[in-house]
Design a protein. Structure first.
Length: 227
C-alpha cells in the first residue's frame, strides 16, 4: 500500500509540476473564468436581482465552463507525445493514474476558485448581513470541485482514445453534471442566507454522488483506458 500511494504521488507531482511550470494552460483558464465573471456581473447590474440569488448560479456556471479547459487536458500531453503507454507500464495499476489525475484536476480547480470567488464576490456585491454560513459554503466548493474533477477525469480517460475527443468530452460531461450543478447551487445559496437545515439532504446526495464517480472509475479504469 505505501508503494501504491508513492506512485500516486509521483504521477500527481509530475502533472502538477507541469501545470504550474508552464502556467500557460492555468493562466488561460483563469483569464477565461475572470472574463465570465465580468460579463455576468455586468449583465446582472442591468436588472433588478438580489446578489444572493445571482451569485451561486454565476459562480458555478463560471466554474463549470472554465473547468472544461482545465480538465480536458488531463491526458492530452501523454497522448500527444506518445508517453501514455509508458505511463501505463510504469504504474502497473491504472487506478493509480486515475487517482493522480483526479487529484491534479481537483488542485487546479481549487486554485481557480481561490481567484474567481473573491472576484465574483466583489463585482456582484454580495451582502450577507451576518447570516453567511462559511462552513457550508466551503463544503459546497469542495464537493462541487470533487465531483467535477472525478467526472472530468473519468470522461477524459474515455474520450482520449477517440479522434473527436474535444467534441465528445463536453457532450458527455454536461448531462452527468446536472445533479451536481443543482446541488452545489442550492447549497451555495443556502450558505449565503444561513439556512443549512434546508439543504442537508443535498449535502449527503452530493457526497454520495462524488464517492460514486470516484470509486467506480478507480475500480474500472483498466477498462476505461483500453484501446
Amino acid at each position: 500500500m505505501p508503494n501504491y500511494w508513492r506512485k500516486v504521488f509521483l504521477v500527481y507531482h509530475k502533472d502538477i509540476r507541469d501545470e504550474f511550470r508552464t502556467f500557460d494552460n492555468l493562466l488561460a483558464t483563469l483569464i477565461f473564468g475572470a472574463m465570465l465573471v465580468f460579463i455576468f456581473s455586468f449583465a446582472f447590474q442591468l436588472v433588478e436581482l438580489q446578489s444572493q440569488q445571482a451569485f451561486p448560479a454565476v459562480l458555478w456556471v463560471s466554474v463549470f465552463f472554465s473547468s472544461m479547459l482545465a480538465i480536458q487536458r488531463s491526458f492530452a500531453k501523454e497522448k500527444d507525445n506518445g508517453s501514455l503507454d509508458a505511463l501505463l507500464l510504469a504504474t502497473g495499476d491504472r487506478g493509480i493514474i486515475f487517482l493522480a489525475k483526479f487529484l491534479c484536476n481537483f488542485t487546479v480547480l481549487v486554485v481557480f476558485e481561490l481567484v474567481v470567488v473573491p472576484l465574483l464576490w466583489m463585482f456582484i456585491g454580495v451582502n450577507t448581513v451576518g447570516s453567511f454560513d462559511i462552513a457550508l459554503f466551503i463544503a459546497s466548493l469542495v464537493l462541487g470541485s470533487w465531483g467535477l474533477a472525478a467526472i472530468g477525469t473519468m470522461l477524459n480517460g474515455i474520450t482520449i482514445q477517440v479522434p473527436s475527443a474535444r467534441l465528445l468530452f463536453p457532450i458527455l460531461m454536461f448531462p452527468l453534471l446536472i445533479p451536481l450543478l443543482i446541488g452545489v447551487i442550492l447549497c451555495s445559496h443556502a450558505a449565503l442566507v444561513g439556512d443549512r437545515a434546508s439543504v442537508l439532504g443535498w449535502l449527503y446526495a452530493l457526497l454520495a454522488f462524488d464517492l460514486l464517480f470516484t470509486l467506480v472509475p478507480l475500480v474500472l479504469f483498466d477498462y476505461v483506458l483500453e484501446g
